[in-house]
Design a protein around this ligand. Structure first.
Ligand code: GAL
Length: 416
C-alpha cells in the first residue's frame, strides 16, 4: 500500500513538472487514462472528430486502469492552479468535484440546444448534472459484469458457455486440466474489485444494492457476503503465479493468445480483442458473468470541463462532438462500450456490442441497472477505496472470508 502511494505521488510530480505549457484557445487539453491499445484507438476517433472541427488536442494521458492515478494527478493539477480544459471522470468523482470545488464548466447552453435531457438515460444524468445544470458529457456506458473467453479454449473445455456459478467452475477446472491458465487476471485493487462487482451481483442483486449502494452493515457483513468472499477465494485458485500487478490489457492479451481461458473484466476488454483483429463468436465469446444475465453493473465515462471564466468555444465544441449520435456510434464500436444516448442504432455494433446495448436497455427498463462499485458509480471514492483495500487483502490471502466480511463493515463505516 505504501509503495502504491509513493508511486502515485512520483507520477503526479512528473506530470505537473512537465505540463507548464498552456493549451491555446482553440485547443482542448484532455486528461484521461485511455492508454491501452483499444482505448487509444477509441480516443483517436475523438481526436479526429475534433480535428475536423478545427479543435486541436493536447494529450494528458495518465496510465492506470480504472483512473485512480488519473484522479490523483488531476487533483494535484487543479490545486496547483493548472486545471486541464477537460477531464475524463467517473460517477461519484463528478459529484464530488461539482459539490466541493464548484469549478466545473456549465454545459447547459449546448445541452439545451441539442436536447440531451431527452436522450441520455436518467441513470447517467444522475452523474452528468449538478443542481439541475449539465456539468458533464457522457461518452459511453461500460459494464463490469462480463466474461471474455477464448473460443478455442472454451471448445476444448466442452464448448458450453457457463450460465451458473457451478458451470463456470466446471469450465475453469476443465481449462486447468487442459494445461492453460484458466483465469487471466491482474492483481491490482481495481481489477480485484471489478471481479467482486460481478461476484456479488451473481449472488443476488439485492445483496449488491444493499451492500454497495445503501452501504447497509448487515448486508456488508452477512452470510451472503461471506459466500461472495468464498467465491473470490475460489477464483484466486485459477490465476497464474505472476498475476500480481499485471495490467488489465496484458491479462486480455493472455486470453487473446490462448495462454489463458478467460478474463472477467468490463467491456473495455473487447477493445483489446478488436485491436488484435479478433472476431466475437469466432475467436472469443462474451458472456455476462454467470448468474447476472439481465442485470448490469454500469459505469459511464464522462468528460467534465474546467471553468475558464465561462465555457470556451473549444469546450462547447468538444461537448457537442462527444454527444453527437454518429460519434457515439463510431467511438463505442471501437471502445467496447455502448452509447450514452438511447437513440443510437446498433447497426454498426458487433454481436457483443448489440448484446451490450440490449442488456443495458433491458436492465434499465426492469430495475436491474446498478452503478459499478469498482468504477465509482455506487458510492463515493473514500468508500470505494475502503472496499478495494478489504477485497484485495482477502484476495491475497490476508483475511479468511469471515474476517473479510467483518473488515468490510468496519472499513465502510469508517469511510462513510
Ligand atoms: C474504466 C473506464 C474505462 C476503461 C477502464 C480501464 O474505469 O471507465 O473506460 O478505460 O477503466 O482503463
Amino acid at each position: 500500500m505504501k509503495m502504491r502511494n509513493l508511486a502515485l505521488s512520483a507520477s503526479a510530480a512528473t506530470i505537473i513538472a512537465s505540463s507548464v505549457s498552456i493549451a491555446s484557445a482553440e485547443d482542448v487539453e484532455v486528461l484521461h487514462w485511455w492508454t491501452a491499445g483499444g482505448e487509444a484507438a477509441a480516443l483517436n476517433v475523438l481526436k479526429e472528430d475534433l480535428a475536423s472541427q478545427n479543435v486541436g488536442w493536447k494529450d494528458m494521458p495518465i496510465a492506470g486502469g480504472g483512473g485512480n492515478d488519473a484522479m490523483t494527478v488531476l487533483r494535484a493539477r487543479v490545486t496547483g492552479g493548472n486545471a486541464p480544459t477537460a477531464a475524463q471522470m467517473l460517477g461519484f468523482d463528478i459529484k464530488d468535484w461539482a459539490g466541493t470545488t464548484g469549478n466545473l464548466g456549465n454545459l447547459d447552453s449546448v445541452a439545451e440546444k441539442e436536447g440531451w435531457s431527452d436522450v441520455v438515460p436518467a441513470a447517467l444524468q444522475e452523474f452528468s448534472k449538478h443542481d439541475g445544470h449539465w456539468i458533464a458529457a457522457p461518452v459511453n456506458v461500460h459494464s463490469t459484469n462480463w466474461v471474455w473467453i477464448n473460443k478455442e479454449a472454451l471448445d476444448a473445455a466442452g464448448g458450453k458457455e457457463p450460465e451458473t456459478w457451478e458451470e463456470l467452475i466446471a469450465v475453469l477446472d476443465a481449462m486447468k486440466e487442459n494445461g492453460i491458465t484458466p483465469l487471466a487476471h491482474g492483481g491490482q485493487a481495481w481489477q480485484d474489485a471489478t471481479i467482486f462487482d460481478a461476484v456479488v451481483l451473481g449472488i443476488s442483486p439485492e445483496l449488491y444494492k444493499a451492500a454497495f449502494i445503501d452501504l447497509d452493515g448487515e448486508a456488508l457483513g452477512g452470510e451472503q457476503m461471506v459466500e461472495a468472499f468464498d467465491r473470490m477465494a475460489k477464483l484466486r485458485t485459477y490465476v497464474d503465479d505472476n498475476f500480481s500487478g499485471r495490467d488489465w490489457n496484458l491479462a486480455s492479451a493472455m486470453v487473446i493468445e490462448g495462454k489463458a481461458g478467460m478474463q472477467m473484466m468490463g467491456d473495455w476488454a473487447k477493445g483489446e480483442f478488436l485491436k488484435a483483429d479478433q472476431v466475437p463468436g469466432e475467436d472469443f465469446v462474451c458472456i455476462r458473468f454467470p448468474g447476472t444475465q439481465g442485470k448490469v453493473t454500469f459505469n459511464s465515462d464522462q468528460f467534465v470541463m474546467f471553468d475558464q471564466g465561462g465555457a470556451s468555444e473549444a469546450q462547447l465544441a468538444m461537448a457537442s462532438a462527444v454527444m453527437s449520435p454518429a460519434f457515439q456510434s463510431a467511438f463505442n464500436v471501437v471502445k467496447g462500450s455502448v452509447p450514452a444516448r438511447t437513440d443510437v442504432p446498433d447497426t454498426d455494433f458487433d454481436d457483443c456490442g448489440k448484446k451490450g446495448m440490449a442488456d443495458f436497455a433491458e436492465a434499465n427498463a426492469s430495475g436491474g441497472l446498478y452503478g459499478s462499485m469498482a468504477h465509482g458509480h455506487a458510492n463515493p471514492a473514500g468508500v470505494k477505496n475502503a472496499i478495494y483495500d478489504v477485497v484485495t487483502a482477502h484476495f491475497n490471502g490476508e483475511y479468511d472470508s469471515q474476517t473479510a466480511a467483518e473488515e468490510l463493515v468496519a472499513a465502510v463505516e469508517g469511510a462513510k
